[in-house]
Design a protein around this ligand. Structure first.
Ligand code: 5GP
Length: 202
């Protein structure tokens, strides 16, 4: 049986749940998987590289991409815009590669409307205490931003039921194996719907 197009995997979960670490591990272990580099208006953290971690843009630049429908989804998160450029995702999936998006919930819900055949997976931390500890340890945000992110995290946890899968990120290798199993199972589906994005992102 011929596989014509790749899978779209959406990974969401509170900031500090460990989505980034899981994504990196998964990308190392799954050669046909590509990471969708998002666009953001937030400033780069130390070590973040333009075009690798994000495309860092001004609010004006972001808004003009939005207006010309070049984003698959977009959201405002803790006072910054984030969005997924549509072009690279479309190109990779059409070429038969799988694409992983690490995005927050508002964006994931937009994609669910436009592309319900995506695989929607929610990553949760083992507890809120662990989440707080992880964000503090990262040391990249001010206390005010940390508190805002923790408050957002509590709201975000209410959306788990919108997702197809939930993975608790306690031990990274265990969580990565669960994600791999999800992808492998999804690839074995007898019926896969055709690859078409419906309508516009907003
Ligand atoms: P951070 O500032 O910590 O890199 O990301 C903040 C939140 O924005 C995280 O939950 C991250 O997954 C999410 N995010 C990153 N890129 C995108 C994107 O393209 N679209 C949306 N909707 N959320 C994103």
């Amino acid at each position: 049986m011929e596989e014509s197009h790749g899978l779209l995997i959406v990974l969401s979960g509170p900031s500090g749940a460990g989505k980034g670490t899981l994504c990196r591990e998964l990308l190392c272990q799954m050669p046909d998987l590509r990471y969708s580099v998002s666009m953001t208006t937030r400033s780069p953290r130390p070590g973040e590289v333009e075009g690798v971690h994000y495309y860092f843009r001004t609010r004006n630049e972001f808004e003009s991409m939005l207006a010309s429908n070049e984003l698959l989804e977009s959201a405002e998160f803790c006072d910054n815009y984030y969005g997924t450029p549509i072009f690279a995702v479309e190109q990779a999936i059409q070429a038969g590669l799988d694409v992983i998006l690490e995005i927050e919930i508002q964006g994931a819900l937009q994609i669910k409307k436009r592309f319900p055949q995506g695989i929607f997976t929610f990553i949760v931390p083992p507890s809120l205490d662990v989440l707080s500890e992880r964000i503090h340890k990262r040391g990249t945000e001010t206390e005010e931003v940390i508190q805002k992110r923790l408050a957002t995290a509590i709201q975000e946890l209410e959306y788990v039921s919108e997702y197809d899968y939930v993975v608790i990120n306690d031990e990274v290798p265990v969580a990565v194996n669960k994600l791999k199993s999800i992808l492998i199972a999804e690839k074995c589906r007898v019926k896969r719907k055709p690859f078409v994005f419906k309508g516009e992102s907003r």
